[in-house]
Write a protein that binds this ligand. Structure first.
Ligand SMILES: Nc1ncnc2c1ncn2[C@@H]1O[C@H](COP(=O)(O)OP(=O)(O)OP(=O)(O)O)[C@@H](O)[C@H]1O
Ligand SMILES: [Mg+2]
Length: 346
């Protein structure tokens, strides 16, 4: 099977050479025979005639080979030039998808796809670097600013405490940011879940809710919790990030007095966890982007994070072989449904 494309291409070349040879070796002899028959050439000298035929046949052959090879070799010379540009880092290059033979057309087409992909990766890398630097810059400037203010000996005790608190919260933000970036890069390079063991999933979600109590009780948010007892087989600390991120988002985006509900069902070899809130919700446009790195619908919010939480959540769920779905309506609330396979290996 593998030999078929090579055969097709070489058959095409044989055909081209056959055409060149046939035309070049028959056109002039034919013209000569016709000329002799019609009486234009009288008493032909065989040596001179043969020399003429030979020379003209060679000339016709060379001209035809030049025309045909130009057409056949053009995509290859174009490709050569384009490859040199790519080697120098220019990914904007595209070549005309022409050529005799399917393989050559496919080669130019694949080259164009390759440069497009390289360009996307390059843009993505540049965006990532600029996003990371931007996200680091904000808390770093805050730390620098408040530390400078603290140098003033005349500030009140209250002001001092306030500045110290802001320095601590900016430092925490920096540490979460670098932790999340490290975790994303680690998970993106990981294909299997390591360190799997059995643990109680409902207990894990309950302790996650408890660890966030200061945030939801501060906003008078009520909680409606309904969970089956589930023994889950997986990486405990990795799975805990899912609940922590989705529940802290629900708290963050739900105004005072709202309601967050957490439901978990054990269905055959799957667990289904539904976390819904009565918060600000999302428009269709926002919904499309929430799993992208550094995406925050509203960067101007004081409590807005770095937009990495759901990227991490999605990657963890993918690694576990699960699914995440989101339903939401602006100003009504959001509902995240996580389905994880729960197959206990013995
Ligand atoms: N429950 C929710 N209600 C409304 N919008 C939400 C909800 N959860 C997520 N979003 C939207 O999705 C965006 C991305 O969420 P994500 O958790 O990735 O980032 P973040 O919470 O802003 O920052 P981080 O998680 O890094 O602290 C949020 O900024 C918000 O616009
Ligand atoms: Mg978040």
């Amino acid at each position: 099977m593998k030999k078929i494309p090579d055969l097709r291409l070489s058959a095409l070349f044989i055909l081209l050479i056959f055409i060149i040879q046939t035309i070049s070796s028959s056109v002039f002899p034919l013209i000569t025979i016709i000329a002799i028959n019609m009486g234009y050439i009288k008493n032909p000298n065989p040596v001179i005639m043969l020399t003429f035929i030979l020379v003209f046949s060679i000339i016709i052959g060379v001209i035809m080979a030049k025309i045909i090879s130009k057409r056949v070799l053009k995509p290859i010379t174009d490709l050569n030039e384009a490859t040199k540009k790519v080697a120098k880092g220019d990914f904007n290059v595209q070549i005309e998808e022409i050529g005799i033979g399917k393989e050559i057309k496919e080669m130019t087409h694949s080259f164009n796809i390759m440069t497009k992909e390289l360009k996307n990766i390059e843009t993505f890398r540049n965006d990532f670097v600029s996003n990371v630097s931007h996200e680091f810059k904000t808390p770093l400037s805050a730390i620098e600013g408040y530390a400078t203010l603290l140098q003033d000996e005349n500030i009140s005790k209250n002001e001092r405490e306030n500045y110290i608190e802001r320095i601590i919260s900016s430092s925490k933000r920096l540490s979460t940011l670098s932790g999340n970036i490290l975790m994303i890069s680690k998970l993106e390079n990981q294909e299997i879940v390591l360190d799997k063991r059995k643990f109680s999933l409902d207990e894990q979600i309950r302790s996650c809710i408890l660890s966030l109590e200061h945030l939801w009780s501060e906003k008078n948010i009520s909680l409606d919790i309904e969970m089956d007892n589930v023994v889950f087989y997986g990486n405990k600390s990795m799975v805990s990030h899912i609940w922590f991120n989705i529940i802290s988002n629900a708290i963050k985006f739900t105004p005072n007095g709202g309601l967050i509900s957490v439901k978990m069902k054990n269905e055959n070899n799957w667990v289904k966890v539904v976390i819904s809130d009565t918060g600000i919700g999302m428009s269709e446009e926002v919904k499309k982007h929430i799993f992208e790195k550094f995406y925050c619908a509203d960067k101007s919010r004081n409590d807005s994070g770095n937009g990495l939480g759901l990227t991490l959540v999605k990657r963890i769920i993918e690694l576990c072989g699960g699914k995440i779905e989101v339903e939401s309506q602006k100003n009504i609330g959001a509902k995240f449904t996580v389905k994880l396979p729960n197959i206990t290996e013995t």
